[in-house]
Design a protein around this ligand. Structure first.
Ligand code: IPM
Ligand code: MG
Length: 350
């Protein structure tokens, strides 16, 4: 297969982990006979410094013309909340422009890493959940206003926006344990009352073979720690999904392990680890590349339909973790490039 992949490293540790992910993708190409053309482009703070914009038109054009986008991370103290232009705007614009409304964030616990989590081992057995986060609506994209003494962020959802992301969750649940937890704040928010109504209808009409449970977001935050193994597919709005997935990453032992896929109507998707740019450890060569590499597995599966190749990458990461090739966030001493090279080698020999 021939495919074009846009590689946007971004800021901080972003380029370091994206480099390892790209090398694993090249290894997949070599091992399975695919022709992956990879082009790099600027995004985030790096793009602001070079062009003044966090998402230059050339970068957006490259992404539109690609089959998938491999993304590192963006942000840093140099472009803080008081900057007029911020790196985060680049990522948000990219998600919106590419129509990537569904963000899949799987969380599993590798048995060998149970001690890396601060939670009691008993709680972590059997954890296997995926959060489907709505990604192009809600308070992230509502009207914003600001005066010296007042600020306003609007939160809006349409039934159509809710329906399409619930369908993604339903299709995913069908390939899993068929249990959907919809998370909202329907006791307070109007958008959440619509969310609950629409979710109820879509699941009843289109996914009657799945069970649906509604949880309030505050209670869900608690249940994620009290009984995480009870969750299968969680579907929720943009901001709740952002918060709950950072929380859920603690189950896996490190946020550095978690991948994500952002999907729209076509095959084009954006794949990124859920961690940030970690400026404190940038340039030290110690960032955990496994979340970025696992994002490559999702890219192969969802944008290119290459299931066998996706599994080969996941197995190679599992083997590296089992062999104790751990970066410092997991209590080990492996470097970013050692971890990446080991996975790439295992894929080439798979
Ligand atoms: C994430 C990040 C982003 C978000 C930031 C960088 C804008 O936290 O992908 O979870 O809030 O969506
Ligand atoms: Mg986040």
């Amino acid at each position: 297969m021939k495919a074009r992949i846009a590689v946007l490293g971004g800021d901080g540790i972003g380029p370091e982990v994206a480099r390892e992910a790209a090398s694993v993708l090249r290894a997949v190409g070599a091992r399975f006979g695919h022709d992956f053309a990879m082009d790099e482009a600027l995004v985030g703070g790096a793009a602001i410094d070079a062009t003044g914009s966090p998402l230059p038109p050339e970068t957006l054009a490259l992404c539109r013309g690609s089959d998938a986008v491999l993304f590192g991370a963006i942000g840093g103290p140099k472009w803080g909340p008081s900057s007029p232009v911020r790196p985060e705007q680049g990522l948000l614009a990219l998600r919106k422009e590419l129509g990537l409304f569904a963000n899949l964030r799987p969380v599993t616990v590798n048995p060998g890493l149970i001690d890396a989590s601060p939670l009691k081992p008993d709680l972590l057995k059997g954890v296997d959940l995926v959060v489907v986060r709505e990604l192009t609506g809600g308070i992230y994209f509502g009207e914003k206003r600001r005066t010296a003494t007042e600020a306003f962020d609007g939160c809006a959802y349409s039934a159509g926006e809710i329906e399409r992301v619930v369908r993604v969750a339903g299709r995913l649940a069908r390939g899993r344990r068929r249990h959907i937890t919809s998370v909202d704040k329907a006791n307070v928010l109007e958008t959440s009352r619509l969310w609950r109504e629409v979710t109820q209808r879509v699941v009843a009409d289109e996914f009657p073979d799945c069970t649906l449970e509604h949880q309030l977001v505050d209670s869900c935050a608690m249940q994620l720690i009290r009984h995480p193994a009870a969750f299968d597919v969680i579907v929720t709005e943009n901001m709740f999904g952002d918060i709950l997935t950072d929380e859920a990453s603690v189950l896996a032992g490190s946020i550095g392990l978690l991948p994500s896929a952002s999907l729209g109507v076509g095959r084009l998707g954006l794949y990124e680890p859920i961690h940030g740019s970690a400026p404190d450890i940038a340039g030290k060569g110690i960032a955990n590349p496994y979340g970025a590499i696992m994002s490559v597995a999702m890219l192969l599966r969802f944008s290119l339909g290459l299931e066998r190749e996706a599994t080969a990458v996941e197995r190679a990461v599992g083997a590296a973790l089992d062999a104790g090739l751990l970066t410092p966030d997991l209590g080990g001493t492996a470097s970013t490039s050692e971890a990446g090279a080991t996975v790439a080698r295992a894929v080439r020999e798979a």
